[in-house]
Design a binder for this molecule. Structure first.
Ligand code: CP
Length: 313
């Protein structure tokens, strides 16, 4: 693996999941693989899970980690040929090349601003680093994708499924803030590749990018979609067609114990209690959200292992 910025960077998903589960059982098996290698983690936005799990994963492989928080502090220029006489003081060309002098791998979190769809979809930060850095790049959530989260979700479903082909439902939930599509996009893409019966449910107007959902079943009736579900992944996202807008906050879309039935509840976290999901679900044995967070370590570790193996070749 050269970079990990998209699920399409995975060459064999089932093998990768098996390797991640093996690392979970024996996390220090490759503790010297990353010796004398440094992971630089750049955060343009805050994080709890991604930051700690990725650092832990790197350290379990023997890597050194350096973390740079640049939220609201670093005005990077991205355009070619611009006269930099305004706020931007550093061009991504130098920044990416300079960080590559200190890092063997660069991991980046850069959320969208949800104002300009074309700009967000161009992924200027992640793609800029891929273009100008001389080392591998990992996405720790970009404007349109959260591939480490989706890999952790696939590990969780694989570990906990009691069926050969479980039914998995992605259910939209209300939220007071406009949220990105990244988690939903990557979860959809991942489920399309996993051996599952997958369906999406959301109110009208919350259709995700059709280039991502493709032929995935979409049902605007939440109760119908949830029938016979084994895993229910609950997530808010803002409108894609009316880009970045909150069209409704219908509280009837909250996940309740009654709606969940016997399914396992999944969420990437952080989650707003009693807005997205009621306490009775989150505090029940049916919630696997904490195990998903645990699996973030092994998702990051298997990705770093693949990248380090490639570097060492
Ligand atoms: N799920 C997730 O990415 O969590 P953080 O935003 O805390 O990293």
């Amino acid at each position: 693996m050269l970079h990990y910025t998209s699920i399409s960077d995975i060459s064999n998903l089932s093998t990768l999941i098996k390797e991640a589960i093996a690392l979970k059982r024996n996390p220090f098996q490759f503790e010297t693989l990353g010796k004398h290698k440094t992971l630089v983690m750049l955060f343009f936005n805050a994080s709890l899970r991604t930051r700690l799990s990725t650092a832990k994963a790197a350290e379990q492989l023997g890597m050194h980690t350096m973390i740079l928080n640049v939220e609201n502090t670093w005005n990077l220029e991205f355009e070619d040929g611009t006269v930099m006489n305004l706020n931007a003081s550093e061009h991504i060309k130098e920044a990416a090349q300079v960080i590559s002098q200190y890092a063997d791998v660069i991991a980046i979190r850069a959320f969208p601003d949800l104002k300009d769809k074309a700009k967000d979809e161009s992924e200027i930060i992640i793609n800029g680093f891929k273009k100008y850095a001389s080392v591998p790049v990992i996405s720790m959530e970009s404007s349109t994708a959260h591939p480490l989260q989706a890999l952790a979700d696939a590990i969780t479903i694989t570990e906990l499924s009691e069926k050969q082909r479980p039914k998995v439902v992605l259910s939209w939930a209300p939220h007071p803030k406009a949220l990105p599509h990244a988690v939903a996009n990557s979860f959809v893409t991942m489920m399309q590749q996993l051996e599952v019966d997958f369906e999406i449910t959301h109110p009208e107007g919350y259709e995700l990018n059709p280039e991502i959902t493709k032929s995935t079943r979409i049902n605007n009736n939440q109760n119908e979609a949830l029938k016979h579900a084994d895993f229910v992944y609950v997530k808010n996202w803002s409108s894609y067609s009316d880009y970045g807008k909150i069209l409704n906050e219908d509280p009837n879309w909250i996940m309740t114990k009654n709606k969940l039935g016997h399914a396992k509840f999944m969420h990437c976290l952080p989650v707003r209690r009693n807005v997205v999901v009621e306490d009775a679900v989150l505090d029940s044995e049916q919630s696997v959200a904490i195990e998903q967070a645990n699996n973030r370590t092994y998702a990051a570790q298997v990705v770093l292992k693949k990248i380090l193996e490639n570097l060492n070749e």
